[in-house]
Design a protein around this ligand. Structure first.
Ligand SMILES: Nc1nc2c(ncn2[C@@H]2O[C@H](COP(=O)(O)OP(=O)(O)OP(=O)(O)O)[C@@H](O)[C@H]2O)c(=O)[nH]1
Length: 382
């Protein structure tokens, strides 16, 4: 982890916010040095203390934004603060220079920054308003006949460049966002069943455990494994096996709550994460799943042939309750003694402890699943 992300360790280089963070740092730092240096020059060399007051205000605002982000502040808030500060500075600068020396061209840096930091909608409105204001400002100068390069043609050119900038960056930002959403969805879902994949479950279980601790609510996990799945594949073909997995995923989705998180843990294994769920409720849910699976279902396999296949599953259940000591149950503690799973009782949940509790939950669920298989399958143990 580098120095800049000390308080934003959750943002890695694959996260789109990583570059936003970099851009906010870069612009804020640039403003800090710029206002600091110009302010000093205004006081010492140019004897313009009244201008230095503005430099000082800019310096303080830029430093505040920088420190706010550095201390882990919200990126959206920092993005808005930065863009609004930039707009104020640019408009003040244009006004002070009365649009001389093409100072107006500076507003063209706003669309790339705004679209990147604020998203398509907010940036379109904000930069649109700034360009309209600048067009109106130019028009006023034309009216009073400011000499020099100002002409009606210049006004049109400015308006056209402004519009082109907004449309192009809007198009660019929306296509980037769409590609990102598509890639993200692909990276967290299982292609066959459409439920979440193992990576996503893993990440969320840790967060769920931390939240359970904060809210003092229990969290349960259900680990389900189809019984003799190999036989289904061998007797009816792989396509039929796939159809069984798809059906099972939709059955699990229908039986679980909206707040539960369902995913495919492995080949024919599914994991259901249930926040705010007591051990008894989790076991009850597991039994409902077993019962629902026992109902006959017709699957479509190769050559569109329809076959009724009897599918059963075994489920291991485990629950973490923040108010109770979390120890590996006696029945499986012998195996735990030789494994690396920590067995302490946790009082404070740091990220490391959340990982340890998640591992232990999965470990217990896996052992219960194993016991259910040993006891004859088609059952749940918790
Ligand atoms: N059709 C299909 N089969 C899969 C998929 N992923 C894994 N499998 C198969 O699932 C089977 C798992 O077999 P085993 O681990 O022996 O488990 P089982 O036959 O269910 O036996 P028990 O779990 O002991 O009841 C293997 O034959 C894998 O090839 C998949 O995506 N589609």
């Amino acid at each position: 982890m580098n120095f800049w992300r000390k308080y934003h360790s959750d943002i890695d280089s694959n996260d789109p916010r990583y570059n936003q963070l970099t851009l906010i740092y870069a612009i804020a730092l640039l403003m800090v040095f710029y206002f600091g240096a110009i302010g000093l020059l205004n006081i010492t060399l140019f004897d313009a203390a009244y201008v230095a007051v503005y430099d000082f205000i800019g310096f303080v605002i830029a430093t505040s934004i920088f420190l706010y982000v550095y201390r882990g502040g919200n990126l959206a808030v920092a993005g808005w603060a930065l863009v609004l500060t930039l707009i104020t500075i640019l408009l003040a600068f244009i006004d002070l220079s009365e649009a001389e020396n093409y100072s107006l061209v500076w507003v063209t840096i706003l669309p790339p920054i705004s679209f990147f930091l604020l998203g398509s909608r907010a940036a379109t409105i904000l930069t649109g308003l700034v360009f309209i204001y600048c067009g109106w400002y130019l028009y006023q100068l034309l009216q009073i006949g400011v000499p020099g390069y100002l002409s009606l043609g210049a006004l049109f050119n400015f308006a056209e460049v402004g519009l082109a900038h907004i449309l192009l960056f809007r198009f660019y930002e929306r296509s980037r966002q769409r590609t990102y959403d598509k890639l993200r969805k692909l990276s967290i879902t299982d292609r066959l069943t459409g439920v979440y994949n193992r990576l996503h479950l893993d990440n969320n279980l840790k967060q769920m455990v931390a939240l359970a601790h904060r809210t003092q609510q229990p969290v349960s996990v259900l680990l389900l494994d189809v019984d003799h799945f190999k036989n289904i594949n061998d007797s009816h073909g792989h396509l039929m096996g796939d159809a069984v997995l798809v059906h099972l995923a939709s059955l699990l989705r229908n039986l679980s709550r909206n707040t539960d998180l369902l995913g495919r843990w492995g080949g024919e294994e599914f994991l259901l994460l249930c926040p705010n769920t007591e051990a008894s409720a989790a076991l009850h849910l597991a039994q409902r799943i077993i019962k629902a699976l026992q109902k006959e279902h017709t699957y479509r396999g190769a050559n569109q042939q329809q076959v009724t296949v009897a599918v059963t599953a075994s489920i291991g259940v485990a629950t973490y309750h923040p108010q109770q000591p979390f120890v590996v149950p006696a029945a499986i503690s012998e195996q735990a003694a030789t494994s690396s799973i920590p067995t302490d009782n946790y009082t404070v949940v740091t990220p490391e402890v959340a990982v340890a509790i998640s591992e232990k939950l999965l470990y217990i669920a896996d052992k219960h699943l194993y016991q259910a298989k040993e006891a004859g399958r088609n059952r749940a143990i918790g």
